[in-house]
Design a protein around this ligand. Structure first.
Ligand code: FPP
Length: 298
């Protein structure tokens, strides 16, 4: 059944009416004015979406900006610029759907290997994005976090990142994490070193638990992503949230990131809802073969 979370959240500009086949109820889906009206395709997808079973945390590997530009005989940076529109649509849609957290992989520790001009452009683009999108981020009550070795970024970027976190710290809506100078292995190493540093003072030889390690990751306090989306068809996790995606459903689409629009996002959410999540256990009602107190599985 399609159940709406909070009717009063619905905005005017992105108001659509979808008749529910069984319940003959009206679904009005919110979104800010910048998103534009719902297309018939989106309306069909929204009708199928169960708003009570959305992922708590969506993580996205935004890939394919370069190929998108190449196909159009444009410089790679044109693909990155166009990709900011997809980021905006994804952020606003997830916020309006009341998804708890969204993490976007904007720049990896490996991305420093790219040409300097492209790196400089990406850093400028991020700064521009933070400046221009701040009113919309505030309007949607989004709280910003940045995951990665932020202290290694150019000083201007560090300043903007700090300011964005400070300005949005009191917001109560979705947490938007931008993974910046991020590496999954680096994150685990940073967490281990933070634990060691704390222990050195106390001489503690206690074993480190999963819970303790998780508290030292950049994502501390956030639920693990339950949906990982990767655009442009590559079947890789690319050093992204290695610890946190242990049980995430992975959705890979051929769509290149600049073409990833609201309909494609809704398709990913629908696919997530079709998956059966067992966390290494067995299907409900299914008799265990042996005696798996905690069945191992994948
Ligand atoms: C991968 O495309 C994309 C990135 C390196 C991330 C950059 C993302 C954006 C600029 C989107 C905007 C996001 C924010 C948060 C401002 P690629 O260059 O690897 O594409 P390719 O594999 O086709 O070469």
């Amino acid at each position: 059944m399609l159940t709406l979370r909070r009717k009063e959240d619905f905005g005017e500009a992105f108001r659509t009416t979808v008749s529910h086949t069984k319940m003959h109820k009206t679904l009005q889906v919110p979104a800010p004015g910048s998103l534009g009206p719902v297309t018939p395709e989106e309306a069909r997808l929204l009708e199928k979406l169960d708003l009570t079973r959305l992922p708590r945390h969506v993580a996205v590997i935004m890939d394919g900006n370069g190929r998108w530009a190449q196909k159009r005989h444009l410089p790679r940076i044109a693909g990155h610029r166009s990709g900011t529109q997809s980021a905006r649509t994804t952020i606003e849609t997830c916020a309006r759907l009341k998804i708890e957290a969204l993490t976007l992989y904007a720049f990896s520790v490996e991305n420093w290997r790219r040409p300097k001009a492209e790196i400089d452009f990406l850093m400028q683009l991020l700064r521009e994005y933070l400046r221009k999108e701040m009113p919309l981020i505030q309007k949607n009550e989004i709280r910003m976090r940045f995951l990665g070795r932020i202290g290694e970024l150019p000083p201007g970027v560090q300043k903007d990142v700090r300011e964005a976190m400070e300005k949005t710290a009191g917001n109560q809506g979705m947490v938007l994490c931008v993974a910046l100078n991020y590496g999954g292995r680096a994150e685990i190493v940073d967490a281990m070193n933070a634990i060691l540093e704390e222990r050195n003072g106390h001489g503690s030889a206690e074993r480190i638990s999963e819970e303790q390690l998780a508290r030292y990751l950049y994502t501390e306090g956030l639920p693990d992503p339950d949906l990982l989306i990767r655009t442009s068809g590559e079947m890789r996790v690319s050093n992204f949230l290695l610890w946190q995606i242990a049980y995430a459903e992975i959705f890979v689409t051929e769509t290149l990131w600049p073409d990833f629009n609201r309909a494609r996002l809704l398709e990913a959410l629908l696919e997530f809802q079709k998956r059966e999540r067992r966390y290494g256990g067995i299907r409900e009602g299914e008799a265990p073969v042996e005696k798996p107190a905690r069945a191992a599985g994948h």
